[in-house]
Design a protein around this ligand. Structure first.
Ligand code: GAR
Length: 197
C-alpha cells in the first residue's frame, strides 16, 4: 500500500475527497496532512478523519524560505510518504524541495493547463472569453504548474458566469478528478484521466 501525504493551505475540500476515496481496495492510504497555515480549516477536517496533521506557519519564518521548507521536509520525511498530493497548497516550493520528491508529487490546479498557470484562473478564463474552463492534475516539477498532465476535467462556461460561480461549479469536478487520478497513479498507471464536456 502506498503512503500519501497531503499538503493544504485552506479549507481542504480536495484533501477530504482524496482521503474519503482511500478506503477498501484503494492502492494508497493517507498518512499525513500538512498545512503552511495553522488556521487552515482543512486541519480540523483531517483530525476528524483521524489523519495525523502537521502545521508549519510560513509567516513565522519571514523571508527564510529554506527554514520553512526544512521544517516541512522534516515532517514529511518522518511520515515516509510514497506520494505527496498538493491540494490547494498555496506556497511555491523551491526547485530543491521539488527535486527531493520528483515523480512522486501531484498538484491540482483550477484551469485547463497549460492555460492560466498561477493565480486568478477563473477570472482569466472569463476575461479571455473561453467557452470551456476546467481543472488539471499534474506532476509537480520545478516550474510552476508545469509538470506532465495526469488528468483534466472540463466545464462549459455559461454567459452569466462570474469567477465565483465558475469556482463553485468547478470544485465538485476537482473532487471527482483528483481521487480518480490518485487511484491510477498509486497503482503505477500514468494514463490521463478525462472528465466532462
Ligand atoms: C481548489 O480550487 C484548488 O484547485 C485551488 O485551490 C482550491 C483549494 O480548495 N488550488 C490552487 O489554486 C493552486 N494554486 P480546497 O482547499 O477546498 O481543496
Amino acid at each position: 500500500t502506498k503512503r500519501v501525504a497531503i499538503l493544504i493551505s485552506g479549507g481542504g475540500s480536495n484533501m477530504v475527497s482524496l482521503v474519503q476515496d482511500m478506503t477498501g481496495d484503494h492502492p494508497a492510504r493517507p498518512v499525513l496532512v500538512c498545512a503552511n497555515n495553522p488556521d487552515a480549516g482543512g486541519l480540523a477536517k483531517a483530525r476528524q478523519l483521524h489523519i495525523p496533521t502537521f502545521a508549519v506557519d510560513h509567516k513565522s519564518y519571514g523571508k527564510d524560505r529554506q527554514g520553512f521548507e526544512a521544517a516541512l521536509q522534516a515532517a514529511l520525511q518522518k511520515a515516509r510518504p510514497d506520494i505527496i498530493c498538493l491540494a490547494g497548497f498555496m506556497r511555491i516550493l523551491s526547485a530543491e524541495f521539488v527535486a527531493a520528491w520528483e515523480g512522486r508529487m501531484l498538484n491540482i490546479h483550477p484551469s485547463l493547463l497549460p492555460k492560466y498557470k498561477g493565480l486568478n484562473t477563473h477570472a482569466r478564463a472569463l476575461e479571455a472569453g473561453d467557452a470551456v474552463h476546467g481543472c488539471t492534475v499534474h506532476e509537480v516539477t520545478a516550474d510552476l504548474d508545469d509538470g506532465p498532465i495526469l488528468g483534466q476535467a472540463r466545464l462549459p462556461v455559461r454567459p452569466d458566469d462570474t469567477a465565483a460561480s465558475l469556482a463553485a461549479r468547478l470544485l465538485p469536478l476537482e473532487h471527482q478528478l483528483y481521487p480518480q487520478v490518485l487511484r491510477r497513479f498509486a497503482a503505477g498507471d500514468r494514463r490521463q484521466v478525462t472528465l466532462g464536456a
